[in-house]
Design a protein around this ligand. Structure first.
Ligand SMILES: O=c1ccn([C@@H]2O[C@H](COP(=O)(O)O)[C@@H](O)[C@H]2O)c(=O)[nH]1
Length: 278
């Protein structure tokens, strides 16, 4: 797997891991060269109603497929992104991310930074020179932290997305936090805060899309917790790809349904087929 692969434990850092990841990636690239051509024509309009992308074009699908080393070339052809998250980054670091960037695939660096403003800004200084498409921070880091992070990226094209409430948190978990009001109303409060701090993108579950869209029609919504079946793993606020897109998601983040499938390419095909009519 390209990213978010569970890192080997008890092994000292060395470039061998990066090289290994690279070899894995390279193995699959030739195989996927023709994969995108097998996709029937379909359209995935931007949920906020601008462009349409056709599979006859090289960029056809505004869907972000998470963690997909196997389909790097397919992803490029489809305008999809590769996501390098916490697991990938702690295992392979900036050198690993750089290797993925060198493939030409747009990279979503999902670090979910959550710390005091000074620490977050210094961390951003270490990655802002990378040619990444998107970076995440936690909205609950506060207004000052988000502003500082946005400032640190102001000279770049990197889209800064604020994580609201993780999609693994369900109703009962939220009650544990002791926060007044519903989970949805708290997500809305966090989105309001993120937008007022200068962010143009947030990460949320598909369940909150409608409520967010009615207040912030232009905010970019990055939506993990994409499942065909609910309750199968740690993701608690889930929806299907077509439902999330219909609700107004801009990017879907799909990890294990693909990466843990015995046939990841077939799993992608299934997702693409499922959104074909959208
Ligand atoms: O609220 C959030 C924010 C980020 N994620 C990340 O997305 C992927 C989802 O992977 P799956 O295997 O499809 O669950 C994963 O890397 C998370 O860290 C999220 O799930 N929820």
């Amino acid at each position: 797997m390209l990213s978010d692969t569970p890192p080997e434990r008890d092994i000292e850092w060395s470039d061998v891991g990066v090289e290994g990841a690279w070899r894995e990636i390279a193995k699959f690239v030739p195989r996927t060269g023709s994969w995108w051509r097998r996709i029937p024509r379909f359209y995935v309009p931007s949920p906020i109603g601008q462009d349409k992308f056709s599979s006859d074009d090289e960029t056809c699908c505004r869907m972000s497929i998470a963690d997909l080393g196997e389909t790097v070339e397919g992803n490029i052809r489809q305008g999809c992104h590769g996501k390098t998250g916490l697991e990938f980054f702690t295992a392979y670091g900036i050198a690993g991310v750089q290797k993925v960037i060198e493939l030409g695939v747009p990279v979503f660096l999902d670090l979910k930074l959550h710390d005091i403003p000074n620490t977050v800004v210094r961390a951003i200084h270490s990655v802002r020179g990378l040619n990444i498409a998107m970076l995440t921070i936690h909205v609950s880091g506060g207004r000052d932290m988000m502003r500082a992070a946005a400032d640190a990226l102001s000279e770049t094209n990197i889209l800064l997305a604020g994580v609201t409430i993780l999609t693994s948190i369900g109703g009962d978990d939220f009650t544990d936090f002791g926060v007044q009001g519903s989970l949805e109303s708290h997500v809305i409060r966090l989105v309001d805060l993120a937008v007022s701090a200068g962010l143009r993108a947030v990460v949320c579950s598909a369940h909150e899309i409608g409520a967010i869209r009615s207040r912030h029609p232009d905010v970019t919504l990055v939506v993990p917790g994409i499942r065909f079946d609910s309750g199968v793993d740690d993701q608690k606020r889930t929806k299907t790809p077509i439902d999330a897109l219909s609700d107004g998601a801009n990017y879907l983040v799909v990890g294990r349904p693909i990466t843990q499938s015995p046939d990841p390419l077939a799993a992608i095909d299934e997702i693409l087929r499922s959104i074909k009519m959208y």
